[in-house]
Write a protein that binds this ligand. Structure first.
Ligand code: THG
Length: 298
């Protein structure tokens, strides 16, 4: 059996061209079209990202939830930094047990407000490894935050199986070392929180990179995370090749990259097409080649 990753489709968000305007105008049609497209592409969950929504979040999130639920049964992933909007959204979610709260971070005020909401809903929870001082610097800081979050969630009666730890992918432009520490955390997760799941906002890795090159970084990074058993990923479901990797339909590319992670470098000479793309991109993501926007041509 090929390894698979459950896709959380990212495109319904307040920053997006189609969905952002529709959210502001409370125009359901574009959002409902996207919900159907993402579901058809094979998304296991639909992320509904309204951002901080300071002004009208408690009204906007329930509206988006009901707009999407009117056209699809695909489970939802409610994504906002506004705790009141999150609570208001969960009040109306139909399929609460299969929904995801995105996210609870290791910031005390967020934990206090949202853990009771998650416990009552019986939903899955993304535990974002982001603390009072921001981004963790290394895998040990990530591990410490994960333990804090797990204990607080467990105390509220939420089992490990409902937790999805997000080590936070960092942009390749910050260097391969930062990426390595997120991957190292992934290798520690099963010992820290046995039975827990994981997720990563994949497109973080290609943040700040020219649009036409982003997909290559996202796809190879996904395969690297799969080596450590990544269970879900927040993805652009309009990238059919990325979705094929999620569905377990690219086992040959997965074994190529996983082999390289084990130190087996086949060399570029015998490779072509997508295999060569993944080969070159892995060299950059692993820090064996320096990142520049011409990496694929080298
Ligand atoms: N972890 C968790 N949740 C998250 C993130 C994470 N939620 C938000 C974000 N990161 C993941 N979601 C997105 C959504 C869209 C894009 C990137 C990440 C994106 N969109 C295109 C762009 O901006 O170029 C297209 C926008 C458009 O439609 O016009 O990149 O890390 N737990």
């Amino acid at each position: 059996m090929s390894q698979t990753v459950l896709a959380i489709a990212e495109s319904i968000n307040i920053m997006g061209k189609r969905s952002g305007g529709a959210m502001k105008e409370r125009n359901p049609a574009p959002i409902q079209e996207m919900a159907k497209e993402e579901s058809k592409a094979g998304a296991a969950y639909l992320d509904l990202n309204i951002g901080p929504a300071r002004k009208d979040g408690t009204e906007l999130m329930p509206w988006v939830v009901q707009t999407v639920e009117a056209v699809t049964d695909t489970p939802l992933c409610l994504d906002t930094t506004n705790a009141d909007a999150m609570a208001a959204g969960f009040k109306v979610v139909k399929n609460k047990a299969n929904a995801i709260m995105n996210s609870i971070s290791a910031q005390p005020e967020r934990m206090e407000k949202l853990i009771p909401v998650a416990a009552e809903a019986g939903c899955n929870v993304i535990a974002l490894l982001w603390g009072p001082e921001g981004m963790p610097r290394d895998s040990n800081e990530r591990a410490a935050m994960a333990v804090d979050l797990m204990m607080a969630l467990a105390e509220a009666g939420i089992p490990n199986e409902k937790m999805l730890f997000d080590p936070i992918g960092t942009p390749i432009t910050l260097g391969a070392d930062q990426l390595a520490s997120g991957l190292e955390f992934m290798s520690m997760l099963e010992d820290i929180a046995p039975g827990a799941g994981s997720t990563v906002g994949l497109s973080n890795v290609s943040n700040g990179v020219a649009d036409h090159l982003r997909k290559y970084l996202d796809r190879t990074y996904l395969i690297m995370l799969m080596k450590y058993g990544l269970t879900t990923a927040i993805v652009n479901s309009y990238d059919a090749e990325l979705m094929a990797i999620c569905k377990g339909e690219r086992p040959e590319l997965v074994s190529l990259v996983h082999g390289m992670m084990d130190g087996n470098d086949p060399g570029p000479a015998g490779l072509s097409g997508t295999a060569l793309e993944h080969y070159k991109t892995y060299k950059v993501l692993s820090g064996q080649a320096i990142f520049s926007e011409s990496w694929l041509e080298l």
